[in-house]
Design a protein around this ligand. Structure first.
Ligand code: GLU
Length: 413
């Protein structure tokens, strides 16, 4: 039976907590969110009818700082998923040392079915229902799957109208015109590339001799493809929600972006063969980058993964059972809470810039991002070597330890 995302998250917690010999109270505190807010959002649709959408915000843990994490718009959003994602945000922020806690929001909706006007009214509606619970020192939302800087712009505008003053640090991933940070748009992918470069060094492999398959061509996947290609990596296979393709020669990512822009999908790109999702995950490449949704690498396909490195740009793409299989097969898995932490790291930089009302260049942002990512990679690698464990468990050991310390120092446990 497939387990839920939250059950998987708790299995990851247990593994790290055992290594840390974490006390029962801290375990219990880390096994549930501090608060989950559920709201109904009525939206007047273009046809004049009112439709109600369900929205969530899971505020998992704020021992280290305000809750932080994106808002997802997807038809398959559930309370369980949002809880898992908020737990992973808590661990992610701690793993890379940000002074933030973890949260996550979601709305059950297929945003592709909404007009721009409906999308705006839904986004403003979400904030009308949630505004008491968020703020720069409380909980700071950001983009996630199918939410964009434009949506963050509407949300910030609604929040500021309700509270009656400017508060740009309430939401990150904003458009640059509203106090967004340089580099935020591609920071998730860029952070992942920084840690992947470190992993390649460990394995003695040059980017120019590295073949890659990427699952997903959204914000994380498309920027990762572009940045990796610029580094010299050969992108051989890629997918989006409509299908997957593979090629015998490295894909021209710029031309692929233009094709997707024109046709709405990567499928049908010149000189490529259409493959299915399973074939994409099992492609004969050096590096596999899951950059889509949860539960993609499971006990049923983990043994068939050919890549030597799995770099998780998505949140939760690999189940705990699959982790064990990959570890046994000597696949180096760089876990989501490290690989995709570049997004929230630049969100943190965005908040810092908003608080100071003083803005950095893209170069400054990237220099600071690289330092944080490489430092975190090195610290987690050390723990992995010390305990002879997989890199996910090592990342959780580092993160759980930090959150547990903050809870202890606050007198919560
Ligand atoms: N949604 C992104 C993530 O899962 C970014 C979160 C943020 O910037 O707060 O890490």
């Amino acid at each position: 039976m497939t387990k839920s995302a939250f059950q998987n998250a708790m299995a990851q917690l247990e593994k790290a907590a055992d290594i840390l010999k974490l006390d029962t109270k801290s375990r219990a505190r880390l096994s549930e969110p501090i608060r989950v807010v559920k709201v109904a959002i009525p939206v007047t649709m273009d046809n004049g009818q009112v439709k109600e959408f369900s929205g969530f915000r899971s505020q998992y843990n704020n021992a280290r700082g305000p809750f932080k994490g994106g808002i997802r718009y997807h038809a398959n959003v559930t309370e369980d998923e949002v809880k898992a994602l908020s737990f992973w945000m808590t661990m992610k922020c701690a793993a890379v040392g940000l002074p933030l806690g973890g949260g996550k929001g979601g709305v059950i909706v297929n945003p592709k079915e909404l007009s721009v006007g409906e999308l705006e009214r839904l986004s403003r509606g979400y904030i009308q229902k949630m505004y008491q619970y968020i703020g720069p020192d409380k909980d700071v939302p950001a983009p996630d799957v199918y939410t964009t800087p434009q949506i963050m712009g509407w949300m910030l505008d609604e929040y500021e109208k309700l509270v009656g003053h400017h508060a740009p640090g309430t939401i990150t991933g904003k458009p640059l015109s509203l106090g967004g940070s340089a580099g935020r748009g591609f920071s998730t992918a860029q952070g992942g590339v920084y840690v992947l470069e470190e992993a390649l060094k460990k394995l003695g492999k040059k980017p120019s001799a590295t073949t890659v398959a990427i699952q997903g061509f959204g914000n994380a996947g498309s920027h990762a493809a572009r940045i990796l290609a610029e580094l010299g990596c050969k992108i051989m296979a890629i997918s989006d929600s409509k299908g997957a393709i593979k090629s015998n020669i490295p894909l021209d990512i710029k031309a692929l972006e233009a094709h997707k822009e024109k046709t709405g999908s990567v499928v049908g790109f010149v000189a490529t063969e259409e493959i299915n999702n399973a074939e994409l995950l099992e492609a004969e490449v050096d590096v596999l980058v899951p950059a889509a949704l949860e539960n993609q690498i499971t006990e049923s396909n983990a043994a068939s993964i050919k890549a030597k490195i799995v770099a998780e740009l998505a949140n939760g793409p690999t189940t705990p059972e699959a982790d064990e299989i990959l570890f046994k097969h000597n696949v180096l898995l760089i876990p989501d809470i490290l690989t995709n932490a570049g997004g929230v790291t630049v969100s943190y930089f965005e908040q810092v810039q908003n608080a100071a009302n003083y803005y950095w260049t893209e170069e400054e942002v990237l220099t600071k991002l690289e330092k944080i990512m490489v430092t975190a990679f090195t610290a987690i690698w050390k723990v992995k070597e010390k305990h002879q464990i997989d890199m996910r468990t090592a990342a959780f050991v580092v993160a759980v330890d930090k959150v547990a310390q903050a809870m202890k120092d606050r007198g919560w446990v």
